[in-house]
Design a protein around this ligand. Structure first.
Ligand SMILES: [Fe+2]
Length: 396
């Protein structure tokens, strides 16, 4: 029988809103998170390798939070460590109560010749689920989602109705429980509402979602790095301080030299607010961060930058714009083969396949089309190992 007795009252402990993310720098750990309502329930995650009878255990912690007149359920986070690469694991939450079983695949050991497929998605909300359905139905089968921010849009409801965070967690569970989503925060995660006494930015996000920020030396969960397969992925925070001397600036300055392009040839950056955006919508909002960091991106030959925020799709050529020095008047984007391709994907989409060390196939699918229709495709050529001009190669 599931559930348990507490002071004569039968309490049903249901474990839901299950989601996983990478739990370390190298891809050998997974953070499992879930929520129980009413009672705390078990903190334990049971896990085992496919075809193995050896059941392993990890113990996590839980917490609750209040936001205005809302009180959250018990939010559990449990890190499973020392996993083997390229292995299917099953895991179970709700141990001893309402047990629920899921599975995930660990990535291959980071290296240049390990194909891997990422999905890229952002600004998902919960108005309709076409984006997620298209992603799930795509025959190329993404293995990890790079999520570029704006989760539930709870802040657009009266008093930032945090029940919307719960409904979003339920909505995406069918994906987040089975493959890691790499979290980037957007403006809709700020939840800064002094008018109702909520003065701590990112409170719901920080309680509900974990990132492996400490393993890359970051002091906050909003900016961090991971290696996954052939990619080194840097996640930046558009809504945390980033100017000179700030923690994010100091961290990023030290992060670039750590990237070993022989081990992880693909250097990808995620952020919420795009640097290059020709839409009227959110025009120039990413400009100040661009001014701060763009020289580093070009110097370190970032391959691609994914952003959300703008609810549309846009892909730049390889351009840069940092020659301006107050007196020379040079302030326009110029072609630059050391610069990343900037992709705004606030409408959902995917990056499919890193099949060799020097090429990555990228495809974007519009929600109004089926997954068989490519809205935009490109072969990205690696900026370190094969930095040829690929900017206008849009019909490979
Ligand atoms: Fe946004």
């Amino acid at each position: 029988m599931h559930g348990r007795q507490e002071t004569g009252v039968f309490i049903w402990v249901f474990n839901e809103k299950v989601h996983i993310t990478q739990g370390d720098l190298e891809g050998k750990a997974v953070i499992v998170s879930w929520v129980t309502q009413k009672a705390r329930g078990s903190n334990t995650v049971l896990y085992w390798k496919e075809h193995s009878c050896e059941m392993l255990k990890a113990h996590g912690k839980s917490k609750t939070y209040k936001f205005y007149n809302y009180t959250s359920g018990h939010i559990h986070h449990c890190t499973i460590k020392n996993l083997e690469y390229d292995t299917k694991y099953y895991y179970m939450v709700g141990v001893g109560q309402t047990e629920r079983k899921f599975w995930f695949l660990t990535p291959p050991k980071p290296g240049p010749d390990v194909p891997y497929t990422f999905g890229v998605n952002g600004d998902l909300g919960q108005s309709f689920d076409l984006t997620l359905t298209h992603y799930e139905n795509n025959p190329l089968k993404g293995q990890t989602i790079l999520f570029v921010g704006d989760f539930s849009y709870a802040d657009t409801y009266p008093n930032h109705d945090n029940n919307r965070w719960d409904t979003w967690g339920r909505f995406v569970e069918r994906s987040t429980a089975y493959q890691p989503w790499i979290w980037t925060v957007g403006n809709h995660e700020l939840d800064f509402a002094p008018q109702i006494g909520e003065t701590k930015p990112f409170k719901p996000f920080k309680h509900r979602y974990c990132t492996p920020h400490r393993s890359s030396g970051s002091t906050e969960p909003f900016w961090y790095s991971i290696k996954r397969g052939p990619a080194y992925i840097i996640v930046l925070a558009s809504y945390s301080a980033y100017c000179k001397y700030t923690p994010q600036y100091m961290w990023l300055e030290q992060e670039f030299p750590k990237v070993n392009r022989t081990e992880t040839p693909w250097l990808i950056v995620l952020m919420h607010s795009p640097w290059y955006n020709s839409y009227d919508y959110h025009y120039m909002e990413g400009e100040t961060m661009r001014v701060m960091y763009e020289p580093w991106f070009v110097k370190n030959k970032v391959d691609a930058v994914f952003a959300g925020h703008v609810h549309g799709y846009e892909r730049s050529e390889r351009i840069s714009n940092f020659a301006y020095n107050v007196v020379n008047g040079i302030c326009r984007p110029v072609k630059d083969l050391s610069a990343p391709v900037y992709i705004t994907i606030g409408d959902g989409g995917n990056l499919e396949g890193l099949s060799t060390m020097t090429h990555a196939y990228y495809g974007w699918h519009r929600n109004q089309d089926g997954y068989a229709v490519d809205g935009d495709t490109m072969w990205l050529f690696n900026r370190i190992w094969n930095p040829i001009d690929d900017s206008s190669d849009d019909d490979s």
